[in-house]
Design a protein around this ligand. Structure first.
Ligand SMILES: [Zn+2]
Ligand SMILES: [Zn+2]
Length: 299
């Protein structure tokens, strides 16, 4: 048993390495970061001193796992050649940045087909990944995690079967996996709040992508109900997922060691409710020995 890896998405203001300090501040042992501003195509040059600081802080902070999240602008499913080319270049840059920091997982929103159709969109995503993989053999240790989406608009990847189909179309399967998101799963129509619903979801995961392909979870409650296909995150226990939904995943040893990261709303002046959300999750864990030390209930 590896135990739970719990954490949150943290700001990289002042340097990517600062996210590790923020993760340690809330007693977590995992972190998610953007490698650059998530709403810009281009980022600043990678700073060697920040990479060195990252390498020092990683063991010092007690953070055992870091994942990066690619820019929201990237759409590898786009039927428009100019946007697709721009997206391919931007995602290649994301993999290179992750590689520089020795980050093994990069979460990617698979993309939106914007009218070309689902199969055409999935083929487009795979074409992009195949091209990037061929271009960047040095980044072969960095795995792209295709995120399960809520299914808004023409967004792809809102079923496990779709994620499996994209992987099927990628030549080098060692370089792709998936990221599951509790808010997106509920919104997409998976009702894992009951024991039966949870087991049905697990059976579907096993039949499609497989549990081993799941690199990490996003742990968000959902402001919208089951099947809404709307993507709005809520604080843990304050949405439609509720305690039961999280309890099933947290206590299922099939997920032992698979990191679980919050992407819940922040206060403007800092990380606000992260620790509160982490403690809410910790309270649902039946075996406290599995928790990061700082999140174990005292006494
Ligand atoms: Zn995401
Ligand atoms: Zn979301």
């Amino acid at each position: 048993m590896t135990g739970l890896k719990l954490g949150a998405h943290m700001s990289i203001a002042g340097g990517v390495s600062n996210a590790l300090d923020a993760a340690a501040d809330v007693q977590s042992n995992a972190v998610q970061v953007f490698m650059k501003s998530n709403r810009q195509w281009k980022g600043p040059q990678i700073k060697d001193e920040d990479v060195s600081r990252w390498n020092e802080q990683m063991p010092a902070s007690g953070v055992a796992y870091a994942v990066s999240h690619a820019s929201y602008l990237i759409n590898l499913a786009s039927p428009k050649d100019d946007l697709w080319e721009k997206s391919v270049a931007a995602f290649a840059d994301e993999l290179e940045r992750a590689h520089a920091y020795d980050i093994r997982h990069v979460v990617l929103h698979p993309g939106a087909h914007t009218g070309s159709g689902e199969e055409a969109g999935m083929q487009r995503i795979a074409d992009a990944l195949n091209r990037i993989h061929a271009q960047l053999p040095e980044c072969s240790g960095v795995i792209t995690l295709l995120e399960l989406m809520a299914g808004q608009g023409t967004t792809l990847g809102y079923t496990f079967a779709q994620l499996a189909r994209i992987i099927e179309l990628v030549d080098d399967k060692e370089r792709v996996g998936v990221c599951l998101d509790t808010c997106h799963a509920l919104a997409a129509g998976y009702d894992f709040r009951t024991e039966e619903g949870y087991e049905a979801m697990m059976a579907e995961i096993e039949e499609t992508v497989g549990i081993d392909s799941v690199g990490c979870w996003h742990f968000n409650d959902s402001s919208n109900d089951h099947g809404s296909r709307k993507d709005r995150h809520a604080h843990i226990g304050e949405g439609f997922v509720g305690a039961e939904g999280f309890r099933h995943i947290l206590n299922d040893l099939r997920w032992d060691g698979v990191p679980m990261l919050l992407e819940t709303p922040k206060k403007e002046d800092g990380d606000g409710k992260d620790e509160q959300n982490l403690r809410a999750l910790a309270a649902l864990v039946t075996d406290p020995a599995r928790l990061p030390e700082g999140l174990r209930p005292s006494g």
